[in-house]
Design a protein around this ligand. Sequence first.
Ligand SMILES: [Fe+2]
Length: 696
Amino acid sequence: MSQSPLLLALLLSARALAIDFGVPAHPLDVVLGRPTDHSVTVSVVAYQAGDGYVEYGPASGGTTVTTATRPFPVETGVEFVLDGLLQNAPYTYRVFWRSGTDGTYAPTAAKTFRTARPADVDFTFTIQADAHLDSNTSMPLYARTLANALADAPDFHVDLGDTFMTDKYGATYTDARPQYYAERYYFSLLCGSAPLFFIMGNHDGEIGYAADGTADSISAWSAKLRLGLFPNPLPDAFYSGNPTPEPAVGLLQNWFAFTWGDVLIVALDPFWPTRQSGNGTDNWNWTLGTEQYEWLRRTLEGSRAKLKLVFVHHLVGGFGKDRRGGVEAAHLWEWGGANADGTSGFAAYRPGWAEPLHALFVRTGVAAVFHGHDHLFAKQDKDGIVYQEVPQPGYPKLDQTGSAASYGYVTGTILGSSGHLRVRVASGKATVDYVRALLPADETATRKNGDVVYSYVLTGRSTQDAPAATWLLPSSARVPGEGGATWTTDLAVANTGSADASLTLKFLGHDADGTGGDEKSFSLAAGKSVTWGDVLGSVFGRATGWGAILLASSSPSLAVAGQTYTPHPGGGTFGQSVPAFASADLVKAGTPRAIVGVREDGAFRTNLILANATASSLDVDVSLVSEGGAALASKRYSLPPLGMTQVTRLVRDLGVSADIAGARALLSTPSAGGSFAAYASVIDATTNDPRTLLPR
Ligand SMILES: [Fe+2]
């Protein structure tokens, strides 16, 4: 039967529009995500229905672990969380799978990944941007770039977006579905070994102002497809990030931060929070939103990482309706604070915000901003920050830089695509290499695939050098009491070393995230001591308040103690001394400690003070054990990052109503890498005099 000319024309045009992604038939693909210091998520997509499991173990050999077997529905992301891993360790895994429900399981090739590095450990990661997979993309060249990145043995791989190009499919955006699976295949070439971090691009379908609260908008549809196929960070003890669910989607996993070795990685999303479309003449509608901005400020201020790196698809604002440009556009809109004519618009358009993004980055010591969108390699500098436009991984025309001028790039080193960036972190610095990808036909005697065509070193520019040591004073007070009494804290510090010390005091408050607390800096000469009487009033200018104080010092040789006291009705004062906790004094994960002498009866009560020494959320488990060794009660307390709390009448708070004396409180944390300061006050009911009990 012959087809009508019209139908034939339609079929031909559809075929002409369809992109050949060059993906070979393959039964399943595997992409890693969400690596932490104790886990990784293995995402498996099978293309024939079946089932399977993951076998994994230390790369050096030894005992392997096998997960439960899970069904593999067709084209559906199935996530296996491999947990209980050691920090900074290589692991090998294989996925065992079969189609159908009987027959034997076949393994994938063994691949290796690594858990997070602690500070001072060197590592490598890689970056790509704007894979596009459109008619200007060579799929074989993209595969070469990914192979080049794999040869770098990166700990993880960052994709700066414009990956799925969903909005380019127009009203029939669901036609983008095959592109998500094509990208899964390409990423699996690298990210079966190097976990993927996906950062939103403007063409990835997920724009806030296109969302309408239903699951049918392009934004919600795109997000749900992405989230099913690409596990990205969720806020937990290792990652911070967007905690607010989007209607019809859930947690977006669209902005997040984490520390890996000496590097703070901060990923931003200006697309979901932009809930108003622009007018084409100014770009003040483009925004991170208040929630992401405040999180970003706290994250950058609270990080002690030697290198702070920011990743975003394009500047929040930029030139014109397409939001182009690097440093030449960095003074504009939310990013830089200026209107198009150069006058300041920040206070009017962002009331209540502390400063524009670039100023925030300068103040908090950001070393580099990596952005995509403009399809070039452009390394630029502004106010000590490197602005790095990341080239495309699969653009086959050599050395094309024609778009630089039209996109507003004037200064810096500008090179054409294609390839990826390799970032080698060593000794607190990072070497950024542009690794060129070439198809075999484009290689010559002097131009080879894998050549490093440009290289530079990023140095940390933290506003203060990482401290040699920190002390955590778990409590301080400036609190009015009964009968005109005022609980007041004096803080004494002695520099017992032979070098002058730079000190920073940070008031963490109580029952809240302390990472953004007020900081005051001082110097203390070798051999000298200083006492800040009424530290909350004299140093921090507080009329009232109470909470923990973090002291960071450039010298490890300090002695630090607080004394908190109140006038005695009969004259004089009474109170207690509380030592500031050095690292060795903290209760740490895996090393529980006990406070003995807990008492609750008519004559005495016991309060417990807990202070989180880490910039991540922390759980503290408290168990009460009687004099006779009987377990009486236990409870878990959750502390925000650098958060402090007081548990008043600990025994009653644990649910024990009987009078207790001579009991001990066992303190521990289940949070990986967690540490905290703790002490108890046993308070005389008649005199209100507190006695300090320290964990031993
Ligand atoms: Fe873009």
